[in-house]
Design a protein. Structure first.
Length: 83
Protein backbone atom coordinates (compact mmCIF):
# COMPACT_ATOMS: atom_id res chain seq x y z
CA UNK A 1 0.00 0.00 0.00
CA UNK A 2 1.49 3.30 -1.01
CA UNK A 3 1.38 6.47 1.09
CA UNK A 4 -1.59 7.99 -0.71
CA UNK A 5 -3.74 4.89 -0.31
CA UNK A 6 -2.70 4.65 3.33
CA UNK A 7 -3.70 8.27 3.97
CA UNK A 8 -7.08 7.70 2.31
CA UNK A 9 -7.65 4.59 4.43
CA UNK A 10 -6.68 6.41 7.63
CA UNK A 11 -9.02 9.30 6.75
CA UNK A 12 -11.86 6.83 6.18
CA UNK A 13 -11.19 5.16 9.52
CA UNK A 14 -11.12 8.53 11.29
CA UNK A 15 -14.41 9.51 9.64
CA UNK A 16 -15.96 6.19 10.64
CA UNK A 17 -14.82 6.61 14.25
CA UNK A 18 -16.20 10.14 14.30
CA UNK A 19 -19.59 8.93 13.02
CA UNK A 20 -19.66 6.16 15.64
CA UNK A 21 -18.74 8.63 18.37
CA UNK A 22 -21.34 11.23 17.41
CA UNK A 23 -24.24 8.96 16.44
CA UNK A 24 -23.84 6.24 19.05
CA UNK A 25 -21.92 8.00 21.81
CA UNK A 26 -19.02 5.56 21.87
CA UNK A 27 -15.56 6.79 22.69
CA UNK A 28 -12.33 4.95 21.92
CA UNK A 29 -12.56 2.87 25.09
CA UNK A 30 -16.15 1.96 24.29
CA UNK A 31 -15.06 0.87 20.81
CA UNK A 32 -12.28 -1.25 22.28
CA UNK A 33 -14.74 -2.92 24.63
CA UNK A 34 -17.20 -3.47 21.78
CA UNK A 35 -14.43 -4.98 19.68
CA UNK A 36 -13.48 -7.36 22.50
CA UNK A 37 -17.11 -8.33 23.00
CA UNK A 38 -17.52 -9.06 19.30
CA UNK A 39 -14.31 -11.14 19.31
CA UNK A 40 -15.60 -13.15 22.27
CA UNK A 41 -18.99 -13.67 20.59
CA UNK A 42 -17.31 -14.86 17.38
CA UNK A 43 -15.14 -17.28 19.32
CA UNK A 44 -18.16 -18.56 21.23
CA UNK A 45 -20.17 -19.03 18.02
CA UNK A 46 -17.32 -20.92 16.36
CA UNK A 47 -17.01 -23.23 19.36
CA UNK A 48 -20.75 -23.77 19.47
CA UNK A 49 -20.75 -24.46 15.73
CA UNK A 50 -18.09 -27.14 16.15
CA UNK A 51 -20.07 -28.85 18.90
CA UNK A 52 -23.29 -28.77 16.91
CA UNK A 53 -21.42 -30.22 13.93
CA UNK A 54 -20.07 -33.05 16.08
CA UNK A 55 -23.53 -33.65 17.53
CA UNK A 56 -25.08 -33.82 14.05
CA UNK A 57 -22.42 -36.25 12.87
CA UNK A 58 -22.92 -38.48 15.89
CA UNK A 59 -26.69 -38.58 15.28
CA UNK A 60 -26.12 -39.50 11.63
CA UNK A 61 -23.61 -42.15 12.69
CA UNK A 62 -26.04 -43.64 15.22
CA UNK A 63 -28.84 -43.75 12.64
CA UNK A 64 -26.55 -45.37 10.07
CA UNK A 65 -25.45 -47.96 12.61
CA UNK A 66 -29.08 -48.70 13.52
CA UNK A 67 -29.93 -49.13 9.84
CA UNK A 68 -27.02 -51.52 9.31
CA UNK A 69 -28.00 -53.56 12.37
CA UNK A 70 -31.61 -53.77 11.13
CA UNK A 71 -30.43 -54.93 7.70
CA UNK A 72 -28.14 -57.50 9.32
CA UNK A 73 -30.94 -58.83 11.51
CA UNK A 74 -33.24 -59.02 8.48
CA UNK A 75 -30.64 -60.97 6.53
CA UNK A 76 -30.21 -63.35 9.45
CA UNK A 77 -33.98 -63.96 9.53
CA UNK A 78 -34.08 -64.60 5.77
CA UNK A 79 -31.19 -67.06 5.98
CA UNK A 80 -32.78 -68.81 9.00
CA UNK A 81 -36.08 -69.31 7.10
CA UNK A 82 -34.33 -70.56 3.97
CA UNK A 83 -32.57 -73.38 5.84
Amino acid sequence: MDDEARQVAEAQVRAFLEIIATDYGLDREGLRQLSEDLRWIRSYRLTLGRYSDLFSRSIIGALTLALLVAIWEGLKQVVAHVR
